[in-house]
Design a protein around this ligand. Structure first.
Ligand SMILES: [Zn+2]
Length: 317
């Protein structure tokens, strides 16, 4: 792919940095996501640029798929380097919904539905999570928790916008489920998709009710599937060529949870915690992302009229 550079992270699954994409145009360079910002990865990112004979200070635009720290953790360092270099006209392209969290990273506690913890974990919260569970504190070891400064140069991108980035024309697709304003970029001429976390090389991304949940995730898969995609560059893992099979696998993985929940509820009513325990075995995975994923399935099944809740218990209808 001409004038397109794929800087792959070391590991295909979280916790790891997201991949970074670089596009060259007449004015310089464009980043799509910037990675997790941990020294190790940022060093690798800068080295890769040098290997490709690209200069960081030629970057004039950064498009962000969503405001999660593995995708935008390096923003703080990059903005600082640009400021020190007296180069401050960096343009940031982001969807309106994601902009809010990008400017105030504490808002991730909302889109990750952290308030489900005190709601459902009456007891049994690990010592380190007692009191307010603060996701930001927990993620600090995994990523740099950058947020964008209020005065940065943000341009809002919207559903169906066509972004001309160098020789490429990307259609902006808002694909919630994993993040409320999660954005995928579909190149309309060469028919490739930068899928963000919607479609990764392996597994599924986690999802939470306030980020779109299971329902949002499935609709987003349906949305991208309508395009004749020939190749996917995901944010985690290697490029994907077997598009339909991969989308099918993800969809099945999500739907299987619905089925398993209904199967358990057929035996007897359960609490949210009991259902979460069935799928997630460690206390950490129950707290994050287990409970948010299960809750999003319960909301979906409730809307479909397949279950009902009564007094803390969930019944199969
Ligand atoms: Zn993410």
């Amino acid at each position: 792919m001409e004038d397109f550079y794929f800087i792959k992270a070391d590991k295909p699954m979280w916790p790891a940095s997201a991949n970074v994409f670089v596009i060259k145009d007449e004015e310089g360079l464009i980043f799509i996501d910037v990675g997790c910002g941990l020294k190790k990865f940022t060093k690798k990112l800068f080295k890769k640029l040098r290997d490709f004979n690209l200069d960081l200070f030629d970057v004039h635009t950064i498009a962000l798929s969503h405001a999660h720290p593995d995708h935008m953790g390096a923003m703080e360092e990059i903005l600082k380097l640009f400021k020190d270099n007296n180069n401050s006209d960096l343009q940031i392209l982001i969807n309106e919904i994601e902009r809010e969290s990008a400017l105030n990273i504490d808002l991730l506690n909302d889109s990750f539905d952290i308030d489900l913890l005190p709601k459902y974990f009456n007891s049994g919260l690990e010592e380190r999570f007692k009191g307010k569970f603060d996701l930001i504190q927990n993620f600090k070891v995994l990523c740099s928790m950058s947020q964008l400064p209020k005065d940065c140069n943000i341009e809002i991108i919207k559903e169906n916008d066509i972004l001309k980035l160098g020789r490429y024309n990307f259609k902006v697709l808002i694909t919630p489920g994993h993040a409320p304003g999660h954005t995928s970029f579909y190149e309309i001429n060469q028919k490739f998709l930068l899928s963000g976390d919607l479609i990764g090389e392996k597994g599924t991304a986690w999802y939470s009710p306030s980020s779109g949940g299971a329902t949002g995730y499935l609709s987003s898969l349906e949305k991208v599937e309508k395009f004749p995609i020939e190749l996917i560059y995901p944010s985690h893992g290697n490029k994907i060529e077997n598009i339909q099979q991969r989308i099918h696998e993800i969809r099945q993985k999500i739907l299987m949870k619905d089925d398993l929940i209904l199967k358990e509820l057929k035996k007897k009513p359960h609490t949210v915690m009991e259902l979460t325990n069935l799928f997630y075995k460690t206390s950490y995975s129950q707290m994050f992302p287990g409970i948010a994923i299960i809750e999003s399935h319960l909301i979906k099944l409730e809307q479909e009229g397949k279950i009902k809740r009564d007094n803390g218990l969930i019944y199969k209808v």
